[in-house]
Design a protein around this ligand. Structure first.
Ligand SMILES: NC(=O)c1ccc[n+]([C@@H]2O[C@H](COP(=O)([O-])OP(=O)(O)OC[C@H]3O[C@@H](n4cnc5c(N)ncnc54)[C@H](OP(=O)(O)O)[C@@H]3O)[C@@H](O)[C@H]2O)c1
Length: 243
């Protein structure tokens, strides 16, 4: 469905998994979508499929973000800080303190600093009436070491962001997924038994899909959600409940 006035939607980490589903969703409604990531291959696939613009950027790198600005439009209506993941999956297993520090910083950089840097870099381009949506995690409430800590920090940092952007009529929220299948998050190394546990923890009896998250992101970026800001929207089939 084409919109009368297309918005510009920037999705970090939009080449695979959840980011890709978010790109598909917005592109399907005629929005102008830009996807970023470090690898050109997945980005080019999304661009070919959806018509999105693909731009290479490492969102943990201030210099790369500064360079990205010159390729971006002056106005961004929706920023989806999706890039991230549990960098412990790529750790070399070293247990000395220096390695522990390196690995801890890697998760903070990948999931928290990346979102903060991206939002700061784009601050004066975020348009009134727009939205920032971060992808958090159920791990923020259930642990998972430095990864969970990074996602908890993201939700807490967003509280100040929501206050700062609120006066400009921009909302800022977190979508916190539970277990989502069909992404590169687990690098094809999720043991079947662990997968069964994650599904059994839900009330819905199934894994989440990237499109489940895309729907929640789209809602928070929609006109229906203009008085929702500073919140965490949990999308986990009831594996973690709030009231
Ligand atoms: N799948 C789940 O069960 C689950 C649950 C809770 C939360 N999440 C969160 O959902 C988000 C999306 O993950 P996913 O499940 O869709 O996994 P994914 O398929 O691995 O997607 C992550 C994307 O982020 C990009 N990325 C990672 N670091 C980046 C960086 N420094 N700069 C730019 N791009 C970067 C990756 O592309 P490149 O490698 O090419 O850069 C990749 O396209 C993540 O924030 C993750 O923590 C996932």
């Amino acid at each position: 469905m084409a919109l009368s006035t297309a918005r510009t939607i920037l999705i970090t980490g939009g080449g695979t998994g959840i980011g890709r589903a978010v790109a598909r969703h917005f592109a399907g409604y005629g929005e102008a979508v830009i996807v970023t990531g470090r690898r050109t291959g997945p980005l080019d696939e999304v661009a070919a499929e959806t018509g999105a613009r693909a731009l290479v950027c490492d969102h943990t790198d201030p210099a790369a973000l500064t360079a990205l600005l010159s390729a971006l439009p002056e106005r961004i209506d929706v920023l989806v800080n999706n890039a991230g993941g549990n960098t412990d999956f790529d750790a070399d297993g070293a247990t000395d303190l220096a390695s522990y520090a390196r690995d801890f910083h890697a998760n903070l950089d990948a999931n928290l600093v990346s979102a903060a840097l991206t939002t700061r870099a784009l601050d004066d381009r975020l348009a009134a009436g727009g939205s920032v949506v971060h992808i958090g995690s159920i791990a923020a409430d259930q642990g998972a070491g430095s990864y969970g800590a990074s996602k908890a920090g993201l939700a807490t940092w967003n509280l100040d962001l929501a206050r700062l952007l609120g006066s400009r009529d921009i909302t800022a929220n977190v979508v916190a997924p539970g277990y989502i299948a069909d992404t590169e998050f687990f690098r094809d190394r999720l043991p079947g038994e662990r997968r069964e546990q994650l599904v059994a923890a839900t009330a819905t009896g199934r894994a989440g899909s990237p499109s489940d998250i895309a729907g929640a992101v789209a809602f928070l970026a929609s006109p229906a959600a203009r008085h929702i800001t500073g919140q965490v929207l949990h999308v986990n089939g009831g594996a973690h409940t709030t009231r």
